[in-house]
Every structure is written in C-alpha cells, then in structure tokens.
Design a protein around this ligand. Structure first.
Ligand code: NAD
Length: 496
C-alpha cells in the first residue's frame, strides 16, 4: 500500500517514523499509510528552509512571482487529478473539490502581484534634505499548520503569499488527507521553485510542537479548531513568534419576515449541507424572526431536504459526501441525540442514512433540528456536520443578541428585502465576515479572511492584504547625504 511521506528540500522522503492509516471516508476503507514525522524529520525540514532563505530572500519579487504564474497554470492543468485525490481522502464530491481548488488558485493569482504588493512607501524631503522610506522585508522561516476540511485551499491561503514575500516555508498539513497537498507541492517545484523554499512534513502533535518550539521558525499560521488554535497561539507567542491562529465557528443566518423565502431556503440548503457541513463558513444555525416565518421555513426546508443526495465522492450527482472519520460520524450523531434529549425537535434525522453499496462509509444524512435554545449542547458547540439548527425569535434585535453572545464570530448572514435592516445588521454584528442575502460570505482573495472573538487569535487575517503584513516586517529607513562643506552642529534636543 502507498506510504505517504514528506517533501523536504524538494525530495520526497519516506521515514520509518510512526505510521498511521489514511481512510477513504466514502468506503470506510484504508486508502494509504502515512508516516508521521518525528522531531528529527521536522528539524531537517526547518534546516532545509533556513538554508534556502538567504538566496530566496534576495531573489527579485518579479522572479518569485513568475514561478507563481507557472504554478497557477499547472494547478489548472492538473485540476482533475487534484480533485480526485481530495475526494479519495476527504470525501468531497468532485464539483465541490473543484470549487475549493478554484478559490485556492485565486490566492496564487493574488500572489502573482508580488512586485506591486511589496512596493514600499517613500517620502522625499521628510525633513530638510532627508528622505524616508519603508521596506517590507521577509521574516525568514515560516510554518503553516492546516486542517482537514480544505486540504487544497487553506494551504494555498498561506504559502504562496509567504514565499512570494521572500520567506521560506514548512507546511504541516492535516494527517487525515495529505495526498493532494504533496502532489501540489511537487507541482510548485515543477514550476521552478528552488529546493528548500517549501517543505511539507506530515505528522501530528509531535511535528506541530517541534515547529512551535524551534527558534529558527519566525512565524506560525494556523487554521483549525478553536481549542487547538488557542493552544498554538499561546505556545507560539510565548516562544516569541508572530502567530495568527484561525479557529472554529458557529455561523448563524437570520431570516427576516420579509425575506424571499424560496431564495433563502436554497441558499441555506447549500450552505448548511454542502461539503457535509464541514466548512468553517457553513451555516449551521438559522434564526427565524417570527413564528409564522419559522413554521414556513421549517416546512419548506423539510420538503427541500427530501431531495438531498448523499453518497460517495466519485458520483458527481451527489450533493455531499461522507464526514471525515468514523469517530466524527459518531460525534455528529451524538450531537443530534443530545439535541433530542435536551428537548429540541428533530424534523429530519440523518443518523441512520443508508448509502447502498457503501455501507461502511462515514455518512450522516442532512439533519434539521427545530426549537433549539441557547443552552443546548448542539448550539453551544461546533458540530461540523450536515446538521442545521432552527431557533425562533421575535425580533431582529433578539436574533442579533444571540449571535453577539456566541463565543464564535466567524461568518453570518441575513436574508431580508429591507436595506435599512441589512445595513444596521452589518454595522453592529460582532462577526468578521457578513453576508447580505449571501450565505457563504467568504472574502475574495484581494480582501482578507478572518473571524472575530474566539474564531481568530491574533491581529491579522489570512490571505489578501493582511497576509502581506503578516509575512513581512516593516523596516523604515531615514537617509541624508550631507553636501560637501555643509555640516550641522551637535543637536541635543529631539529633532522636530
Ligand atoms: P484540528 O484543530 O483538529 O487540526 C488542525 C491542525 O492541528 C492539524 O494539522 C492537526 O494535525 C493539528 N493538531 C490537532 N491536534 C493538535 C494538538 N493537540 N496539538 C498540536 N497540533 C494539533 O482541526 P480539523 O479537525 O483538522 O479541522 C476542522 C476545524 O477547523 C473546525 O473547527 C473548523 O471550523 C476549523 N476551520 C477553521 C477555518 C477558519 O478559517 N477559521 C477554516 C477551516 C477550518
């Protein structure tokens, strides 16, 4: 069976470190074996990145960007192969994997603008005969740690920008679906990236902790669940590293009494159940304003869910596939059971969904739970499965209060025809990414991605303009060339 290794100094390395199974969630079978990097393997990758840094730092941004142009073409040429690898280990249906890849490529396109993005600021005559300018210089070796749910897109949020800014990179992807990451890293080398600039180490906590504690690593970008994000942020910061750690979510959609309900239902269905709800921007809670709207919404949603197709990744007719592991399948079903026990109404129950011919796959069917209240476990925690909760409130203020009181603040959305209500909502809601009649308001690559509250630890979001700031540090130079014969005397007061 295929043993998946690491990519260090542009070479595929398979170590005899600990080995872990990688599953095909659509069938429940083992799809590959993964070697989990030891401390020594990770240190080797950091050493490779450190050795590559001086030459890469001094490579002109336009040369770095030209590699990104070739990389983009290779990603497009190999799209089908990439999506097959994603589907096999993640379970994502091919059309969804293609969407993920497309959003990833947008970040490579943004990175192609490096010469423009890295232009410093210049002030002539900041003082008499004094010029001053700011440079954005790379940090050195940067690490990225990524989650299973977007094995292609989330790494592409990080390393194209990090390396185009002149850093070298060590990526530690999710151990659940590593193959597409390695395949893509090889494409970047085919595009002309010098050895050691991007290294990929597969592994678990041991690999992550090694990166967090290694003095040669200057900065860490993390995306994953909130408890781990908080841990990464604390440990990296305590070790003096710059860190951004994006965490989990509980994204609410408000449906106002004046909303176009048919539009809202189709938007909610895709955003709640697409990718089996395993998206940090998935809409997992719908807050209906007014009982009349709530009744209509639940009844239409139930009807719409009758046609949801869940099944293996390889059948493009399916709407969504399995969840990532057997343990996660059990966890999601456990949340549904807890909601029932705590007094909510399970309107559509996906716990015992049967997928013919794939009985051992990790499937959970689309689930709709009505009359959820803020004290329920299913509401307080992130489920990360195809489960949509319905809450009933009497006013928009009440709906906004719910959202503002929740520990997460990643994404949210309002469905309404009232511009004034929408404007008030977007202005006052304590959430980082807001949609108005847009269910998944994932910012485009030239904005930046980031939640509020416990959905992001750190100051800067992922990709876009924030990533230029995160992956560089400002150096400000002030210069004067005294003319021959003109000399100033010693000055003891602060120059003004
Ligand atoms: P996870 O937190 O379990 O794992 C993320 C990464 O951390 C993986 O590389 C994993 O190997 C590593 N890791 C896990 N446990 C660790 C530990 N104890 N010590 C050190 N490293 C550890 O997350 P996941 O299950 O892979 O992904 C799903 C989560 O990611 C969800 O909570 C989702 O909301 C979140 N997510 C957030 C965003 C965002 O942008 N905010 C985007 C995608 C996913």
């Amino acid at each position: 069976m295929n043993t998946i290794g690491h990519l260090i100094n542009s070479k595929v390395v398979t170590t005899s470190d600990r080995i872990q199974d990688v599953y095909n969630p659509s069938t429940g079978e083992v799809a590959g074996k993964l070697s989990l990097a030891s401390k020594a393997t990770v240190e080797e990758a950091v050493a490779a990145a450190q050795a590559a840094y001086p030459a890469w730092r001094n490579t002109p941004p336009s040369k770095r960007a030209s590699i990104m142009f070739r990389f983009k073409e290779l990603l497009e040429q190999h799209a089908s192969e990439i999506c097959r690898l994603v589907g096999q280990e993640h379970g994502k249906i091919v059309h969804d994997a293609m969407g993920e890849l497309r959003r990833g490529i947008e970040n490579v396109e943004y990175a192609c603008g490096a010469p423009e993005l890295l232009k410093g600021d210049y002030s002539k005559n900041a003082g008499p005969n004094i010029d001053s300018w700011s440079d954005f210089q790379p940090l050195g070796v940067v690490a990225g740690i990524t989650p299973f749910n977007f094995p292609v897109m989330v790494p592409l949020w990080m390393y194209p920008m990090a390396i185009v800014c002149g850093n070298t990179f060590v990526l530690k992807p999710s151990e659940r679906d590593p193959s597409s990451v390695l395949f893509i890293a090889e494409l970047l080398h085919e595009a002309g990236l010098p050895a050691g600039v991007l290294n990929v180490v597969n592994g678990d906590k041991e690999a992550v902790d090694t990166l967090l504690d290694d003095d040669r690593v200057e900065a860490v970008s993390f995306v994953g669940s909130t408890p781990i994000a908080e841990y990464i942020y604390s440990r990296a910061s305590a070790n003096g590293k710059r860190c951004q750690a994006l965490g989990g979510a509980k994204n609410h959609a408000i449906v106002m009494p004046d909303a176009d309900l048919d539009n809202a239902i189709s938007a909610l269905t895709g955003a709640a159940f697409g990718s089996s709800g395993e998206r940090c921007m998935a809409l997992s809670v719908v807050v209906a304003v007014g009982d009349e709207m709530a009744d209509a919404l639940v009844s239409k949603m139930k009807e719409q869910m009758g046609s949801l197709k869940v099944g293996p990744f390889s059948d493009a007719k399916n709407d969504f596939g399995p969840v990532i592991t057997k343990a996660h399948q059990e966890k999601v079903c456990g949340y549904i059971s807890s909601a029932e026990k705590e007094g909510a109404t399970v309107v559509v129950d996906g716990r015992s969904v049967a997928v013919s011919g794939h009985e051992n796959g990790f499937y959970v069917g689309g689930t709709l739970i009505d009359r959820v209240t803020p004290d329920m476990t299913c509401y307080l925690e992130e489920i990360f499965g195809p489960v949509l909760l319905v809450m009933r409130v009497n006013s928009m203020e009440e709906a906004m209060q719910l959202i503002n009181d929740h520990e997460y603040g990643n994404g949210t959305c309002i469905f309404t025809r009232d511009g004034e209500a929408a404007r008030y909502f977007s202005d006052n809601i304590l959430v980082g990414m807001v949609g108005i009649n847009v269910p998944l308001p994932v910012p485009v690559s030239y904005h930046s991605f980031g939640g509020w509250k416990r959905s992001l630890f750190g100051d800067l979001g992922a990709y876009g303009p924030d990533s230029v700031r995160f992956y560089t540090r400002r150096k400000t130079i002030t210069q004067r060339w005294p003319s021959a014969g003109v000399r100033e005397g010693t000055q003891f007061s602060f120059p003004s």
